[in-house]
Design a protein around this ligand. Structure first.
Ligand SMILES: *[C@@H]1O[C@H](CO)[C@@H](O)[C@H](O)[C@H]1NC(C)=O
Ligand SMILES: *[C@@H]1O[C@H](CO)[C@@H](O)[C@H](O)[C@H]1NC(C)=O
Ligand SMILES: *[C@@H]1O[C@H](CO)[C@@H](O)[C@H](O)[C@H]1NC(C)=O
Ligand SMILES: *[C@@H]1O[C@H](CO)[C@@H](O)[C@H](O)[C@H]1NC(C)=O
Ligand SMILES: *[C@@H]1O[C@H](CO)[C@@H](O)[C@H](O)[C@H]1NC(C)=O
Ligand SMILES: *[C@@H]1O[C@H](CO)[C@@H](O)[C@H](O)[C@H]1NC(C)=O
Ligand SMILES: *[C@@H]1O[C@H](CO)[C@@H](O)[C@H](O)[C@H]1NC(C)=O
Ligand SMILES: *[C@@H]1O[C@H](CO)[C@@H](O)[C@H](O)[C@H]1NC(C)=O
Ligand SMILES: *[C@@H]1O[C@H](CO)[C@@H](O)[C@H](O)[C@H]1NC(C)=O
Ligand SMILES: *[C@@H]1O[C@H](CO)[C@@H](O)[C@H](O)[C@H]1NC(C)=O
Ligand SMILES: *[C@@H]1O[C@H](CO)[C@@H](O)[C@H](O)[C@H]1NC(C)=O
Ligand SMILES: *[C@@H]1O[C@H](CO)[C@@H](O)[C@H](O)[C@H]1NC(C)=O
Length: 743
């Protein structure tokens, strides 16, 4: 009887937990995975081989519908009362958007139709969506638009890049005048019609990169008084009347003219852009650059100047930067530079904080670094530096970031960094160092990050490259990816002096096995990257986890794991992110155990990266191609497989309709649902033990006992529910906050 009560208890609590903090499951199409994201019902049907939208299985309360990466060709009207806020149908095979297709979607805020084959979109397609803010249409072969493109009084963000548009007509923007951001990049426009942007008086950001523009009317931006960011990169604009074109953009802060065919820039080019903070002139042939003459008085606020790859022939005139004294960041990468020229040209820039001279063919460095009292970041990577220059860096006592990656260094003298005592981040990646001198990093007591990727290192870090008698209190991050490390068969991999390390990257290091003491001296690790190694599921290959009590994040993607047991994480209570994508998992009930472990023990399926859609899969902008967790049926299994339908297991949604199994690759989500694997009793054992205790000791009257236990369970259940409801209430606030930020 007591056992029965305990079982009931178990079941009730199990169910409560199974709902994962969300009051009730809403409707969800069979092919899809649904869950709450904060308080919003997400219906994730992405990459599910769908050929049409499962209209009649959708919940009317669906908030986010993700249909990305399917084979949908046409849209029919959605159900009338649907309250959808975000619709994602990127990377399908839609060819047109008719007026009916999106009719009646009154609540719609964001729509993503990128990566389809859409040639036509009805201007009134989104007329009913009165709160519309974002439309993504990039990467569609739109045909020429006659008249207004869309009608929406609220639309703010429009991405129509990569749409094969050859022209923009004068009425194009007439009925979307609230736009603040327009991306027209990568359309072969060749020219712009005078007046085309005149109605966009709220515009803040305009992107016209790579539009094959050759001529631009002088007055095309003349009404854009609020424009702050303008990108014109990758157009051949050498015949442009710049002073006229930019004359009215007095609020402009960021101007990108990368690769625009500029050969010279006259004195008055930017004279009305007195608020310019960042100017990108990279990839232009500015052979005889005279920045002083060019920027004239418009340099008053200029803090960032990018002159990368400008074929500056040198010698750079001594006063090239004479009037740009506010400059904080200077990019000179990719120009063939000589140390003596730099010594003179850079002298007037004592305020400089960041200097980038990557790929400059420098064999030695300018020897006047002593003028840069404020230099915090220095990038001299990808230069054929000879080894003896350490002395030149010595005056940079404030330097916090030094990048000397890929610089042909094969040997670093032990005193190379003796005086760089402020250094926080040191990058030496891509040098064939093979081994490191004793005491090389000894003085770097402020160091927080060291990057030694692709250095041909066999030993992780020579025990004596840091002083043994010190503990490097601030050294938190070590990156050793891409070294062919030989891990000792026993004993720790890192010395005690590095015991404060919390972030360790050992990705792509040819590791087949890590002994169980591997991280004995560095057991404060919170973030461990072991992606791209060859760890397998045999021989206790994950025993090293036992020592990592503080572990929060581990990346085991692209290894050779075929199965994994949640028990290996028993000593990592803080673990909240586990990446297992790209392993050759076999579909077996261990997968269901991992699922239950994440869902019920960790209380959050998000712990398993790739199990369900993450925030980045459902935000506006960016590439939403998702990576999933997969397993594979073996041939025998596949032949004998019958899919279980209508089987109710706590925390898992059953398949309703019978299904046919035609391929062996399954997402974990699908496998867990169709497998019918038992929920893991083992995981719930602590509670089960309570039940047994009663049986052994309890000669109490069973009836009373049963009632007590039942009452207790209901109590606990209510408590859990209440707590979770509270948590959700807090989440609501967070949600609106982030929403507001996003807008
Ligand atoms: C979609 O179908 C293809 C072959 O038809 C198959 O290889 C693939 O695994 C399927 N993808 C999913 C997510 O079911
Ligand atoms: C879409 O259909 C085509 C053939 O019709 C097939 O080759 C392709 O794998 C399908 N893609 C997906 C994602 O189902
Ligand atoms: C579109 O804009 C034009 C010009 O401002 C206006 O005459 C017309 O009424 C608008 N159409 C709609 C449907 O709002
Ligand atoms: C530049 O600014 C001045 C005064 O602020 C103004 O008179 C002039 O018209 C502007 N130039 C252009 C091309 O708009
Ligand atoms: C640079 O500034 C000086 C005074 O600070 C001024 O005399 C000179 O004309 C300026 N040079 C240019 C090219 O604007
Ligand atoms: C480091 O600085 C000290 C004085 O602060 C100086 O004597 C020494 O030569 C410098 N070391 C190197 C390697 O430049
Ligand atoms: C750096 O280390 C060397 C030897 O270990 C020591 O002599 C020197 O004083 C240190 N320099 C600084 C600036 O701490
Ligand atoms: C640590 O050892 C190094 C040489 O290995 C020595 O230069 C340094 O002074 C020692 N520091 C302390 C704090 O003992
Ligand atoms: C990787 O490790 C294997 C042995 O596990 C070894 O044979 C191979 O040479 C290593 N690869 C590299 C690039 O060092
Ligand atoms: C590990 O971290 C804890 C707190 O985060 C700290 O108290 C302890 O000193 C650290 N241990 C080592 C060896 O760094
Ligand atoms: C992966 O593991 C299997 C056995 O678990 C083994 O046969 C295979 O060689 C391993 N592959 C690699 C690349 O280590
Ligand atoms: C395939 O799966 C079945 C059932 O899980 C198992 O008995 C069999 O050993 C597996 N075969 C291979 C080659 O792994």
């Amino acid at each position: 009887m007591a056992r029965l009560a305990a079982l009931f208890c178990l079941a009730t609590i199990g169910y409560t937990l199974a709902f994962n903090g969300d009051s009730f499951e809403l409707e969800c199409p069979d092919e899809c995975d649904c869950h709450y994201f904060r308080i919003n019902w997400v219906t994730d049907c992405s990459e599910s081989n769908l050929t049409e939208v499962p209209y009649d299985e959708l919940s009317m309360s669906v908030y986010i519908l993700d249909l990305n990466g399917n084979n949908i060709t046409t849209l029919k009207p959605f159900p009338k009362d649907i309250k959808m806020r975000r619709l994602q149908i990127a990377n399908n095979r839609l060819t047109k958007i008719t007026k009916e297709a999106l009719m009646g979607l009154e609540y719609l805020i964001d729509v993503d139709l990128s990566g389809n084959n859409i040639s036509f979109i009805d201007p009134e397609a989104l007329l009913d969506s009165r709160g519309l803010l974002n439309v993504e249409l990039q990467d569609n072969p739109l045909s020429t638009v006659e008249g207004p493109f869309l009608v929406s009084g609220t639309l703010q963000y429009l991405d129509i890049s990569y749409c094969k548009l050859t022209s923009i007509n004068l009425q194009f923007f007439d009925n979307i005048t609230s736009l603040t951001t327009v991306d027209l990049s990568n359309n072969p426009l060749t020219t712009l019609v005078s007046g085309v942007f005149d109605v966009l008086t709220s515009l803040d950001t305009l992107k016209l990169n790579d539009c094959k523009l050759t001529t631009v009317p002088d007055n095309v931006f003349s009404t854009l008084a609020n424009l702050k960011n303008l990108e014109l990169a990758g157009n051949q604009l050498d015949n442009t009347n710049w002073p006229e074109l930019l004359g009215s953009l007095t609020r402009l802060e960021y101007l990108n003219l990368r690769k625009t065919g500029l050969t010279a820039v006259s004195e008055d080019t930017f004279s009305n852009c007195t608020n310019l903070v960042s100017l990108i002139l990279a990839d232009n042939e500015l052979r005889d650059l005279d920045v002083a003459a060019t920027l004239g008085s418009s340099v008053d606020h200029l803090e960032l100047l990018d002159l990368s790859n400008c074929k500056i022939q040198g010698p750079i005139s001594g006063d090239a930067f004479a009037n740009a004294t506010r400059l904080k960041s200077l990019y000179l990468s990719g120009n063939p530079l000589f140390a003596p020229d730099l010594e003179e040209a850079l002298a007037p820039l004592p305020k400089l904080e960041r200097l980038f001279m990557s790929k400059c063919g420098l064999r030695r460095l300018p020897d006047n670094f002593n003028v840069f009292d404020n230099l915090v970041e220095l990038d001299i990577s990808h230069n054929p530096l000879v080894n003896v220059f350490a002395k030149l860096l010595a005056p940079l006592e404030k330097l916090e970031y030094l990048n000397m990656g890929y610089s042909n260094l094969s040997y670093l003298a032990p005193d190379s960094f003796y005086n760089l005592t402020s250094l926080k981040r040191l990058v030496l990646s891509g040098n064939d160092l093979l081994s490191l001198e004793a005491g090389l990093f000894g003085n770097l007591t402020q160091l927080t990050t060291i990057e030694l990727e692709f250095c041909g290192l066999k030993r992780p870090l020579n025990a004596n490259s840091f002083f043994k008698n010190l503990t490097y209190m601030d050294l938190r991050e070590i990156r050793l990816g891409g070294n062919p490390l030989v891990i000792p068969a026993s004993g720790p991999v890192f010395p005690k002096s590095l015991s404060h390390v919390t972030i360790l990257d050992l990705s792509n290091c040819n590791i087949t096995k890590l002994n169980s003491d591997a991280f004995k001296n560095t057991n404060n690790i919170t973030d461990l990257n072991l992606a791209g190694n060859k760890l397998s599921s045999k021989d206790d290959s994950l025993r090293f986890l036992e020592r990592l009590e503080h572990l929060e994040k581990i990346n085991l993607s692209s290894n050779n794991l075929t199965t994994i047991d949640p028990e290996v994480f028993v000593n990592n209570p803080k673990l909240h992110s586990l990446n297992l994508i790209g392993n050759p998992f076999i579909c077996d009930c261990k997968i269901a155990e991992m699922w239950d472990w994440a869902n019920m023990i960790k209380g959050d399926l998000d712990v398993l990266i790739g199990a369900k859609s993450a925030e980045k899969d459902i935000v506006v902008k960016g590439n939403k191609k998702k990576k999933n967790l997969y397993c594979r049926y073996n041939e025998t299994q596949l032949r004998n497989m019958t899919i279980t339908t209508n089987r109710t297991v706590p925390g898992r949604r059953p398949f309703i309709k019978p299904r046919e199994l035609t391929y062996a690759n399954r997402t974990w989500a699908k496998y867990v649902r169709e497998s019918g694997c038992e929920p893991v009793v083992k995981i719930l054992r602590p509670i089960a033990l309570v039940g047994e205790m009663f049986d052994v000791n309890g000669r109490l009257p069973t009836g009373a006992l049963v009632l007590t236990v039942v009452a207790l369970c209901l109590g606990i259940t209510t408590l859990v529910m209440t707590l979770r409801l509270f948590r959700r209430k807090n989440n609501t606030e967070v949600d609106t906050e982030t929403n507001r930020k996003q807008r």
